[in-house]
Design a protein around this ligand. Sequence first.
Ligand SMILES: [Zn+2]
Length: 298
Amino acid sequence: MTYIVLDLEFNGAYCKENHRFFNEIIEFGAVKLDEQLNMVDNFSVLVTPKISKKLNSHVSKLTHINMNELKASHSGFTEVLEDFKTFLGDGTLLSWGTSDVLVLMENYRYYYGGDELPFLRAYCNLQSYCEDALDYHDRSRQMGLSACAAQLGIGYEDGNLHRALTDAELTSLCFQKLFDPELYEKHVDNCDETFYRKITFKNYNIHDIRDPEVDRKQMFFNCDKCGRKALRKSKWRVKNKTFRARFHCFRCRREFEGRITFKKCFDSVKVIKRIAEISPRKPKNKLSDPTEITASDN
Ligand SMILES: [Zn+2]
């Protein structure tokens, strides 16, 4: 049993053939961990692109990879994939967030057709694993790899980040530090039909308050200053797929705006609540006053 931690670098290019944008993989980086989570091998290969004529400026700035290097690698996606399949063997694939797997699926589909990766047996999303292990609850924002490493006291050099192998190594270090067999079991999926439905499911915010998935019992707010249940003073309205209403706290004699989002995920609905201060009314043409307080996360 081995763990293969993968990180990909990719470049967005317009594919004339399919009339749409395509995330073309330009680098594979992977680390192999044995059962005791020792790093025993690695895989680091640049891929000569077929569709990208040039690299997006943010990609070259982030990765410091240039087109000449990519051309010099003389291996296209299909050759590199064959080598990567050998490296993966029957190990479990792990990556920080699902985007690398989705991009791998996108590239595979382009060259081979089909919506699945037949060589993939099991997969674990280490971003959600680490968020869970660290009890990270900010549902409006996902935890970044460097933030996770920093929290765990893992040192890294900024300049080397965003290269596939470095990111895969950093991800592996986070995994080693946070390894817990029970938690891991919860986060690893067999790559069956359900897995592909889950990984391609696009989360969305429910915008209709009559949607049966909207749990009305959740639509209350406690005052963020004193903790007491606040009284709703207005009807719910919808803005940016968030339900909002004015609330009043009798103890603090204050009003605030309660904002609640119901995020529909593959197998659950996540409830995100926020309290925003109500700013004093201003003339309509003074929209961009920088001192105006519009939101507070506390
Ligand atoms: Zn209060």
